[in-house]
Ligand binder design. Structure first.
Ligand SMILES: O=C(O)CCC(=O)C(=O)O
Ligand SMILES: [Fe+2]
Length: 179
């Protein structure tokens, strides 16, 4: 997971025209096992409440063939992401990549439902920058090429500062840093 995350991350930094940004190259990661036992009354319970992931990216493996993961699709509502094969991985954009890319990579609002008869398991690898890193929205030359100068949509802040804001305000945290 770590090797895959590093490769994916290098490609994203290249795309964002920041391949040598050392601050964003020193990644920390955490692996989390999620277990959702079956529930006799799934309409009255939730496996994981709607949220966005906070770091740069999450790489997710849905280990059983039980659906449950959904993301909020604009104009469509909650949409299922069913496990399509044993080898498939889901990659979620997190809040810090949203800020770093100046909103070009939208953070993904998602939730997990429980199943009436099946136990579901998933494995999530979250990774992001060191807690003292400063996240500065990157404006790429692609943005400025279109003939107008693109301004940062968020103020710069440290990872620690963002995590504190998110703990207090959850999905409203962006509204405190929007310019
Ligand atoms: O279990 C899943 O499919 C998603 C887990 C998740 O969203 C999380 O751990 O943040
Ligand atoms: Fe999540």
């Amino acid at each position: 997971m770590k090797a895959l995350a590093c490769q994916l991350w290098l490609d994203i930094l290249k795309y964002l025209e920041a391949p040598h940004h050392h601050e964003y190259l020193a990644l920390i990661g955490a692996l989390q096992l999620n277990s959702y036992p079956c529930c006799p009354n799934p309409n009255h319970a939730i496996g994981l409440a709607p949220h966005t992931d906070s770091l740069f990216l999450t790489i997710l493996h849905q280990t059983s063939n039980t659906k449950g993961l959904q993301f909020l699709k604009k104009g469509h509502g909650w949409t299922s992401i069913s496990p399509i094969s044993e080898n498939a991985l889901v990659v979620n954009v997190g809040d810090l990549l949203h800020i770093l890319s100046n909103g070009e990579f939208p953070t993904v609002y998602h939730r997990v439902l429980v199943d009436q008869t099946k136990h579901r398991v998933s494995l999530a690898y979250f990774f992001g920058p060191q807690v003292d890193s400063l996240i500065v929205p990157l404006i790429s030359s692609k943005d400025n090429n279109i003939g107008h100068v693109v301004a940062p949509r968020y103020r710069s802040l440290t990872v620690k500062e963002y995590i504190k804001l998110k703990a207090k305000h959850l999905e409203k945290a962006f509204s405190f840093i929007r310019i």
